[in-house]
Write a protein that binds this ligand. Structure first.
Ligand SMILES: Cc1cc2nc3c(=O)[nH]c(=O)nc-3n(C[C@H](O)[C@H](O)[C@H](O)COP(=O)(O)O)c2cc1C
Length: 170
């Protein structure tokens, strides 16, 4: 198999916000796409080890903040490389409560509010189908996963579905 073909799939970058025991939690994802337009629904893919999945299973409402090229990169490192199990990821940024779910403060292209309605087991990961219950416009140019790698020089941790080993990244 030539995995280079896989690397040509394009993505954006997003912050998922959710609530755990009255505390805000969440993580970075690149796997998000719209599934239906009528009664809009979206899919996100979460690693079973990620606390964010545990939270959404307990409390189905979550937010998706669409990362822009102006979003401070520290939000990506803070939300993408630590677990809410042992860190308050919102401490440095603050958050707004949007329709009962946390949305980290900052510059974003928009915010979507969803209710998880289905969980599809994919082995190491789970696809969460969310019904869109709210949306808020933002500003800026959406950051692509390619921009994150090329301009921000960022990488992804092992829990990301698109993780590449250092050898694969060369
Ligand atoms: C660029 C980037 C993309 C990521 N994409 C995903 C993803 O699509 N799905 C996922 O489960 N984790 C993804 N991650 C990893 C999670 O953000 C990371 O494992 C996080 O620490 C989980 O935190 P939690 O335990 O609080 O949920 C990504 C991380 C980065 C930096």
């Amino acid at each position: 198999m030539d995995s280079n073909a896989l690397y040509n799939i394009t993505y954006g970058l997003y912050v998922v916000g959710c609530i755990s025991d009255d505390k805000p939690a969440g993580c970075i994802i690149n796997t998000c796409f719209q599934v239906t337009s009528e009664n809009p629904s979206l899919a996100i893919c979460l690693n079973k080890k990620n606390y964010t999945l545990d939270c959404i299973k307990k409390n189905p409402r979550f937010s998706i903040s669409i990362i822009s090229e102006d979003t401070v990169p520290m939000i990506i490192s803070s939300f993408g490389f630590r677990s809410s199990r042992d860190a308050d990821k919102y401490a440095d940024f603050g958050y707004d409560e949007l329709d009962g779910t946390p949305a980290v403060r900052g510059s974003f292209c928009g915010r979507l509010i969803l209710d998880a309605v289905n969980f599809i087991d994919c082995g190491t990961h789970v696809i969460v189908i969310g019904k869109l219950v709210g949306s808020y416009a933002g500003s800026g140019t959406p950051m692509t996963y390619a921009y994150y790698h090329r301009v921000i020089k960022g990488n992804a941790p092992e829990n990301a579905p698109t993780y590449r080993t250092p050898q694969e990244s060369e």
